[in-house]
Design a protein around this ligand. Structure first.
Ligand code: NAP
Length: 245
């Protein structure tokens, strides 16, 4: 009998896994996106977009859609959906696996902080021109730093009305090359970078360029995630799916 897999997505890994899993004849694959990006990379298989309505909404979705397996392939900083997934899957007694991308390893010129708020608190002490590479959702945290200048990179523009700090918005979609990152850092006279420790290859080039240019990196650490089965890549998730069928 066919089983039904729900992939909570929004990442490269989720798209790659949906493509692989869609080849299995005895599996229906449904991907779920938050709907944050205006033109996402659409995964193969069925797709739904938008929130479920918290852990309770996700639990009802799992039941209504008769989901047998759940893979949480969301972004390492998307903590809320991961906690909701853990709660809902436990309640529905559905096996759940998380794909957790390895962190980028600490470098000597990094300043590691617990949150965007902590990063904002430090910045006035270390630089005046900052490359802010945390996406568009948390820009308001830096909006009060009117004495600094920010190059703010994101895929889609900030939501209208969101407070943002002084500077320039740079719309660009990863992956980025080291040459491109170096060129942005040099042409905008960047003195420090703010990054989330997202891991992965698509956005690692900024760290290589920062190392070469000897720029400090304020690195925001990952939020706490729920315990449970996890793997670090798509191939391992693929093996897990096959074990469950
Ligand atoms: P979040 O804070 O974990 O999720 C907030 C709410 O968005 C969830 O409670 C859920 O709404 C909905 N949601 C999130 N992912 C979903 C999915 N795959 N399918 C359906 N609904 C989903 O995550 P976030 O607000 O998306 O992002 C938080 C951080 O992750 C930010 O730092 C952001 O830059 C980073 N990030 C996220 C994505 C992404 O695709 N989500 C991609 C890159 C980076 P309900 O409670 O209503 O179900």
């Amino acid at each position: 009998m066919k089983k039904r897999l729900l992939i909570l997505g929004g990442t490269t890994e989720a798209t790659q896994l949906a493509a692989k899993a869609s080849e299995l004849p005895n599996l229906d694959v449904i991907s779920s996106l938050a709907g944050r990006t205006q033109q996402p990379h659409y995964p193969l298989g069925d797709l739904r977009i938008g929130g479920f309505g918290g852990a309770v909404g996700l639990f009802h979705y799992l039941q209504d859609q008769q989901i047998d397996l759940l893979i949480d392939a969301t972004h390492p900083f998307a903590a809320q959906i991961s906690w909701n997934a853990a709660t809902a899957a436990d309640r529905a007694s559905i096996p759940r696996l998380a794909i957790v991308r390895p962190v980028w390893e600490t470098e000597p010129h990094w300043i590691e902080v617990e949150s965007n708020e902590a990063a904002a608190g430090l910045l006035p002490e270390i630089a005046k021109r900052i490359f802010l590479t945390i996406g568009r959702q948390e820009l308001a945290t830096f909006a009060h730093l009117t004495q600094l200048w920010f190059l703010m990179r994101m895929i889609d523009p900030p939501v209208a009305g969101t407070p943002i700090p002084p500077g320039e918005v740079l719309l660009a979609r990863p992956p980025f090359s080291v040459a491109q990152e170096r060129s942005w850092m040099q042409s905008y006279n960047i003195q420090a970078i703010v990054s989330k420790n997202s891991g992965g290859v698509a956005t690692v080039a900024k760290l290589v360029a920062a190392r070469e240019l000897e720029l400090p990196v304020v690195m925001v650490q990952r939020p706490t995630m729920p315990e449970g089965a996890s793997v670090s890549d798509v191939d391992a998730a693929w093996l897990w799916i096959n074990q469950q069928l």
